[in-house]
Ligand binder design. Structure first.
Ligand code: HEC
Length: 158
């Protein structure tokens, strides 16, 4: 029976078991960190739920981890997306963004959503892609929020 796996196979299996004990730090500081962003951009309750399920996993300091995220090395692959996503756009850091940067990020958001590039393709594969109605709601909300920031910018430039 033991002969089923060659020594190299046992070593690989052993390594796979061992790496299960190595886990990246969890991105879980709670949803309180998104409150400022949601207030400023006037996110409705419904949109808030949508953002939590579709965007905040990679764009806030609170990730809702699926069960398979516990499996190494998949966890490191997911971690990479979270780190990269937050680097580009992190709603939990909203307070540190300038008005100009906020406006610009929302502009990028509209573009990404219009082109179907967000959520990431691998995420869409698991969670499904956005419907055209969901895209429309997101874009309209982002456009409204941008108007406020643009007003603020005009005042700042006076
Ligand atoms: C699985 C992780 C993941 C999810 C979920 C996700 N994103 Fe991203 N997002 C990324 C990564 C990684 C980048 C940076 C690389 C790129 O642009 O492809 C990014 C980039 C962006 C950017 C560009 C910021 C810039 O400065 O260029 C915006 C805006 C954005 N995402 C919005 C969204 C929105 C809105 C959603 C939900 C509908 C979403 N993302 C869901 C990972 C994710």
């Amino acid at each position: 029976m033991i002969k089923i796996l060659k020594p190299a196979g046992w070593i690989a299996l052993f390594a796979l078991v061992v790496i299960q004990f190595v886990q990246p730090d969890k991105n879980q500081q709670g949803y309180e960190s998104v409150v400022l962003f949601e207030q400023e951009t006037q996110v409705s309750e419904e949109l808030g739920v949508f953002l939590r399920t579709n965007c905040y996993d990679c764009h806030s300091n609170q990730t809702n981890y699926p069960w398979y995220s516990q499996i190494s090395p998949l966890n490191y692959w997911l971690e990479e997306h979270i780190v990269d996503g937050k680097k580009h756009f992190n709603v939990s850091d909203w307070a540190t963004y300038s008005v100009k940067k906020k406006d610009h990020k929302l502009d990028e958001l509209i573009e990404e959503v219009e082109e179907g590039e967000m959520p990431l393709p691998s995420y869409q594969y698991v969670h499904g892609c956005l419907t055209s109605e969901q895209k429309m709601v997101l874009i309209e909300w982002a456009q409204m929020a941008r108007l406020n920031y643009q007003e603020e910018l005009k005042v700042l430039e006076l």
